[in-house]
Design a protein around this ligand. Structure first.
Ligand code: DAK
Length: 252
């Protein structure tokens, strides 16, 4: 099991739990996560869902070990996107409580939530470029909506992470709280929303997302992401990460 859940006061808490790899989002973890979130979306005792990791990491991205040798055809056959789509279809509010790293797919997962609460020392980034690929689950589509084109460009093309304070200033994060208080703050916010009329909440969420995400083209991003799995630089970038050495990129 890669996911732990509890429910209290009509709030479901969903915790990613692969601490040995900074909660890297393996295929198995994503399947479990999509299933749990879909279950809670149907559960009449749950009104709001909080998603979190641990102190060190929300999630350090997709599991690089699982992707290192994949071809574009293999990536298509895995149909990983189906799980991400299921998460984006959740009707109830999703609040991400982020401590530590939210990188790559980890940041994309936080952005698939409706509100992000961050601990002071949290770090947000799209480092895929450093391992020879690009974001595949919203980093080129949703991130620019939140932080503007230039900043998204800088983050995606350099892979450099930003601090929680900068993320708050840019509008990626709604509030920053001292380390150790992040989950409590997210749960308090969740309880506040859980006390509101559920139908109005869900309809308001749907309307805001429709406006904020109008024109977002995840399918286009997916095609480009998938195509890069035919490149030598993808092989080199991911192998270098796993071998703990700097990569040598050639443009092939
Ligand atoms: N995958 C697998 N293992 C990871 C990992 C990851 N993303 N991140 C960390 N780990 C593992 C490390 O390999 C290490 O394992 P051992 O050496 O102990 O066996 C362990 O977690 C602890 O990490 P470090 O020793 O590296 O810890 P440090 O504190 O030194 O560094 C770090 C922390 C976060 C700076 C570093 O771990 C790091 O750079 N991690 C990789 C970050 C990264 O590149 N993330 C982007 C991955 S690509 C898709 C949707 C989304 C995506 C893909 C497809 N579809 C819908 C198809 C997303 C792609 C990505 O996210």
């Amino acid at each position: 099991v890669n996911i732990e859940t509890t429910v209290s006061d009509q709030v479901a808490l969903v915790r990613l739990h692969r601490p040995e790899v900074l909660n890297a989002l393996s295929l198995a973890l994503m399947e479990e996560l999509a299933d749990r979130l879909t279950d809670f979306d149907r559960d009449p005792d749950v009104r709001v869902i909080v998603l979190t990791g641990d102190e060190r990491a929300f999630a350090a991205g997709a599991d690089i070990k699982e992707m290192a040798d994949a071809t574009p055809v293999e990536m298509i056959r895995r149909d990983q996107f189906a799980r991400w789509d299921a998460i984006r279809r959740v009707k109830k509010p999703l609040i991400a409580a982020v401590s530590g790293y939210a990188l790559g797919g980890g940041l994309e997962l936080a952005m698939a939530c409706d509100i992000i609460v961050a601990a002071e020392s949290a770090r947000f980034g799209q480092p895929e470029i450093k391992i020879g690929v690009m974001p595949g689950a919203g980093g080129t589509q949703i991130l620019p909506r939140l932080v503007g084109m230039g900043k998204a460009m800088e983050m995606v093309l350099t892979g450099r992470p930003i601090s929680a304070r900068e993320a708050e200033r840019l509008g990626l994060v709604t509030r920053v709280v001292p380390d150790g208080l992040c989950l409590d703050e997210a749960l308090a916010l969740a309880r506040e929303i859980a006390a509101m009329p559920p139908l109005a909440v869900q309809h308001a969420k749907e309307a805001i997302r429709r406006s904020a995400l109008a024109g977002v083209d995840l399918a286009f991003e997916r095609k480009n992401f998938t195509l890069l799995f035919g490149s030598e630089d993808q092989r080199e970038g991911m192998a270098a990460f796993l071998e703990k050495r700097p990569p040598r990129f050639t443009g092939r």
